[in-house]
Each structure stands twice: as C-alpha cells, then as structure tokens.
Design a protein around this ligand. Structure first.
Ligand code: E4P
Length: 320
C-alpha cells in the first residue's frame, strides 16, 4: 500500500532527527501526561524517601520515577514505622530489618532502571565484613537493589568486595573530590555503574557552595572509564535541581516536596545562558589522578562522620 511505503520511508528519518535533537538538548524527551507537557531531563530522577505511597504519588505526578534512595533516617520516618512507634511499640533488630525489607519490596516495582538504593546500618566501628553480611541479605530484597555503603575506609573495603561479587552499589555521604576519587578507584572494574552520592545541601549548611562538588567530580570523572556516576544528593531547592541538570549529573535524588515544586513551575530545564547560582564559599577543583589506589586519597571528612552519627541515632530511635 502506498500509505504504508510512505510511512516506512519517513519513519527512519524522523527517528534520526529526534536522535539529533536529543543530543543537542538537555532533555531526553517531552512526555504528555494528562494533557500537560512535561520535560524529562537526561539526569535520572530518583525519589529521596522511605514511603512507597509517596513514590506512587510522585510517579503519578511525573509519569515516571527512575529510581529511589532510602537511608536509615528516611526509613525511621516511614508513616507505618512512625505509627508503630507512636503506639509504644519499639522494634527488635530482626523486626527493623523486616520492616525495611517490606518498604524496599513495595518501592522496587514502582521505579525504573536506576533501582532502589538500600543502606547498610553502620557506625564508625562497623567492619567491612559486617557491612557485607548485611548487604548480602539486603541485595536479595529486590532485583533492582543498589547497596549503599558509607564513604569510610571500611565502607570502601566493603564496596570493593561487593563489586568483585558483581553487586550494584552506591557510596553515600561523599563530601569531597578526594572521597569521590577514592570511590572511583575502589570500584574500578565494576560490571555495573557505581553511584557516587554527593551531598550538596549539607555542604551548603556549613557555608560551602555544595554544587561546586558536583561540577568538580563531573569534570574529574570525564577523564575516567565511565563506571562511576554522579548522584547528586541532599538537594533542597529548585536551584539545586536545575543546576544538577545543567552540570550533567547522571542521577539526582530529590525529596518529594522539591519535585512537587518543580512540577508546579512547569518542570523547567536550564535553558540557554543558564548559570548556577553560587552560594557559599567556592570549592576549588583538585587535579587528582584516577589511576591511584583508593587508600592514597584523603577520605576523612567531618560531615561523613556526622552523617553516620545521625543515621545511627535515627535508627536507634526505632529500636527497643
Ligand atoms: C540520599 O541518598 C541521601 O541520604 C539524602 O539525599 C540526604 O539528604 P539530606 O541531607 O537532606 O538528609
């Protein structure tokens, strides 16, 4: 049929044109949801939370959710767990693990290929072996699980062992370029992408320009082999989000309230001439070789320590 021939000949050209447009714009695609035009950025959108109902709401709002990150504080804030605690019931460790598993199992099918990140419970004394034992159990909770380890020496040892076992991982509580370089080096050879969670908002909190870290690590990873991806975390504002799109962060994890605001504003993307708003003291770029072994980098950071302490405190609040 002539109509069919016509359609067949024009379709590849339309597809080529769309591919060219995609390469030029910071947009993966434009989607139509309930009669509204929504931009879908190249940066993967992850929900930063611990409540599957919230993930469902955001998925309905955006039309998609690429992934989800959870952590001990977010899990302690899950409405079901809060209700249990309010009724005077504290959890035993196995019950806590079971509640976390149920949350992860509920979130897992709601998200796309960026998966659901599940964090091991650790304090400054937890060994790599102890983290790995938890990771083995948690990894079985969902077919798209990413195991989150803290950016400490023990966390990196566990991360190194995990990539050798073929696990997907996310190294969290990263606040410096040296830490990001160490994650890169410890996970070299990983068969799956390794997420490096850079905490923007908490750097802002201590007077730095947290977004500089995203920019610096992107620049540093540009000379690498591509196995480590920037996951912009601790995002608190629309400016944070737009700047992460602008800097080309591969992933961004965002609280529901910031995603609500983004959609309310018409899901904007950084247009031509967009500039990230600088806040706080600039973080200078460091020239670091990614060929070094991870132990040679300075991975100490006061915020990594404080972050772990806060996770432990929130986790302990739920325990009997
Ligand atoms: C994500 O993985 C982090 O745990 C999260 O973004 C931390 O955000 P906060 O600094 O707002 O607690």
């Amino acid at each position: 049929m002539p109509g069919e021939n016509g359609a067949n000949s024009i379709l590849p050209r339309v597809m080529d044109y769309m591919q060219e447009c995609k390469a030029l714009l910071p947009v993966d695609m434009v989607i139509y949801l309930k009669g509204k035009i929504m931009n879908r950025p190249k940066t993967k959108i992850l929900v930063d939370g611990g409540d599957p109902q919230e993930t469902i709401r955001i998925r309905d709002l955006l039309g998609y959710v690429d992934g989800q990150t959870t952590n001990p504080s977010l899990v302690a804030n899950n409405p079901g767990i809060k209700e249990l605690l309010a009724s005077g019931h504290k959890l035993s460790r196995p019950e806590q693990m079971d509640e976390y598993r149920k949350i992860v199992e509920a979130i897992s099918p709601l998200v796309g290929d960026a998966g659901v990140s599940v964090e091991v419970f650790s304090d400054l004394k937890t060994t790599a072996e102890e983290m790995l034992a938890q990771a083995r159990e948690m990894y079985g909770w969902a077919s798209n699980a990413y195991i989150k380890y803290p950016c400490t020496a023990e966390g990196l040892r566990a991360a190194q062992a995990s990539v050798e076992l073929g696990m997907r991982i996310n190294v969290t509580l990263c606040f410096s370029q040296q830490q990001a370089a160490a994650v890169y080096a410890a996970t070299r050879g990983s068969r799956t992408p390794v997420y490096v969670s850079l905490f923007v908002g908490r750097l802002d909190d201590i007077g730095h320009n947290g977004l500089d870290l995203v920019k610096n690590v992107k620049r540093m990873f540009a000379s690498g082999d591509g196995h480590a991806l920037v996951l912009a975390a601790s995002l608190r504002t629309l400016d944070h989000l737009l700047c992460c799109f602008h800097e080309g962060a591969e992933l961004a994890t965002i609280p529901a309230k910031v995603l609500d605001l983004w959609v309310k504003k018409g899901s904007p993307l950084p247009g031509e001439g967009f500039e990230c708003k600088a806040t706080g003291r600039p973080i200078p770029f460091e020239q670091l070789s990614l060929e070094r072994s991870w132990e040679t980098f300075d991975i100490a950071h006061e915020l990594t320590q404080k972050g772990l302490e806060k996770f432990v405190a929130d986790y302990r609040k739920t325990l009997e």
